[in-house]
Write a protein that binds this ligand. Structure first.
Ligand SMILES: [Zn+2]
Length: 473
């Protein structure tokens, strides 16, 4: 905070300030707006000028280019143009509805995130969307987040119920459903499910902030000596996931400081923080450390992903938890027969899938990687004389199951054999940002070839090689 002073005029302003306008550097005015002196319409009207300034022209140009790019990539605009999601005043603010295309996109990323963790022994669980509020009183969430809960009333019982705002307390109850020995640990649960939070309606817009948020959530219950190995698995999964969409990652290691606000044994904190750091270094992920940024119940790793126009987004989190297992009385029997409390590790790789989708749309500008595109291939006919040949092409496409990076996905393709000009068909396919367009004309038919049109250019491929071409993308 600083003050700007000019004659007897003093203004409170965040700054920074320069002594003279000649020190501003290069600047550009972005817009003007009318304003009344002191916000009162009876006072004289003034012009308010909005602009940006940088030390060099190159920095200014870069900033303006980025603003332009951000506008073109706005996920609210592209979400509509590419038919990914919609909103309805009848359903409500912050409750986006996903179309068939958007749902494919959501599902395939959730499937990928699950498969990555299933490689490391995570098992799927399922929990209901409503629960007694007692659960959150025990977990401690009620005291902290009570006003964010959607409440539900039963017409049968007096139970106070709520829509779940998170899944951790539920997963503790699955862990608690039977006795555990040190040999059973780690226990790893995975659930992609929607949570509900009563965000203020003024803060809702697009997919960034929603009241129904889907998490690719997971919880590990482990011994304190297993923390490092578990973190290692999660880091490797996150690195692979964000690598697949070409988003570089860096992480923040959030530690405790010396204040008293933290719960849990100090030695456990020290050991856990050392294990987090070691795992990050083993995975060669860029990191920085911050004391005092941990949650009161444990240290964490926050992932920041950089998008195609250089903006950084907070995505996944790995959160250690020394408190919740104790609140729920979770135990395991150690090798000497004594009861011990497990450590809990919370992790969602995508974070909120809705928010992830907004980042993905803006990062790719709607050109989703081939494997994740809702419609991967569209066949465009030049005229009706090729329809028999198109059925040969259908036979190839219909039999394709893709295995990389997500396993067991049938190729998603359509055929546009309408009686329209090829130019119009190409325009429509390109507007939908379909990664592979297969153009079929009489010459292609006679040569048993197809013409492939993609972002990298055009090429001819023999029909016999089409399957191999598509599986290698
Ligand atoms: Zn959790």
């Amino acid at each position: 905070m600083s003050f700007y002073k000019n004659g007897n005029f003093v203004d409170l302003c965040r700054g920074p300030h320069v002594a003279n306008t000649k020190d501003v550097g290069v600047f550009k005015l972005l817009r003007v707006a009318g304003a009344y002196w002191r916000g009162n319409e009876k006072n004289p009207q003034m012009q308010r000028l909005y602009g940006v300034a940088f030390a060099t022209q190159a920095e200014l140009d870069q900033h303006l280019e980025r603003l332009e790019q951000a506008k073109l990539r706005d996920h609210r605009r592209l979400g509509k143009e590419l038919d990914i999601y919609t909103v309805s005043p009848l359903v409500g603010a912050g409750l986006p509805l996903f179309t068939p295309r958007g749902t494919i996109l959501r599902d395939i990323f959730a499937q990928y995130s699950n498969q990555l963790r299933q490689n490391y022994g995570f098992e799927k669980v399922w929990t209901p969307h409503i629960t007694k509020t007692n659960l959150y009183e025990t977990s401690g969430h009620w005291a902290k987040f009570g006003d964010e809960l959607f409440l539900v009333t039963s017409q049968e019982t007096d139970d106070k119920m709520a829509l779940k705002p998170m899944n951790c307390p539920h997963h503790t109850q699955i862990y608690a459903s039977k006795p555990r020995s040190y040999r059973d640990l780690p226990v790893r649960y995975l659930e992609t499910t929607t949570d509900y939070r009563d965000e203020k309606t003024g803060e809702l817009g697009g997919l960034n902030r929603v009241r129904s948020l889907t998490q690719d959530d997971s919880h590990v219950f482990c011994r304190s000596d297993q923390i490092g190995a578990e973190i290692n698995n999660l880091l490797a999964s996150a690195r692979e996931l964000y690598g697949s969409i070409k988003m570089p990652l860096r992480v923040r290691l959030s530690y405790r400081d010396d204040s008293d606000g933290y719960l849990g044994d100090k030695a456990l904190w020290a050991s856990a923080q050392a294990q987090l750091k070691a795992a990050v270094m083993t995975n060669e992920i860029e990191y920085f450390e911050q004391d005092g940024e941990a949650a009161f119940y444990g240290p964490k790793i926050d992932f920041m992903a950089t998008d195609a126009i250089g903006r950084e987004h907070q995505v996944a989190t790995i959160q250690l938890d020394f408190v919740q297992p104790g609140r729920f009385g979770l135990e395991y029997t150690d090798n000497e027969g004594n009861a011990q409390v497990p450590v809990m590790i919370h992790c969602a790789l995508l974070g909120s899938i809705e928010r992830f989708m907004s980042v993905l749309i803006e990062h790719t500008a709607g050109w989703f990687p081939f494997w994740s595109a809702p419609e991967q291939v569209r066949v465009l006919t030049i005229n009706d004389t090729v329809l028999d040949y198109v059925s040969d092409i259908r036979t190839v496409l219909g039999g394709l199951v893709l295995m990389k990076p997500v396993k067991y996905n049938e190729l998603r393709y359509t055929v546009d054999d309408r009686n329209e000009s090829l130019g119009k068909k190409i325009r429509e396919a390109t507007n939908f940002k379909i990664p592979v367009q297969i153009i079929v004309g009489p010459q292609d038919r006679d040569a048993r070839e197809v013409s492939i049109r993609s972002q990298t250019g055009e090429e001819k491929i023999a029909l016999d090689e089409l399957a191999q071409y598509l599986t290698s993308l």
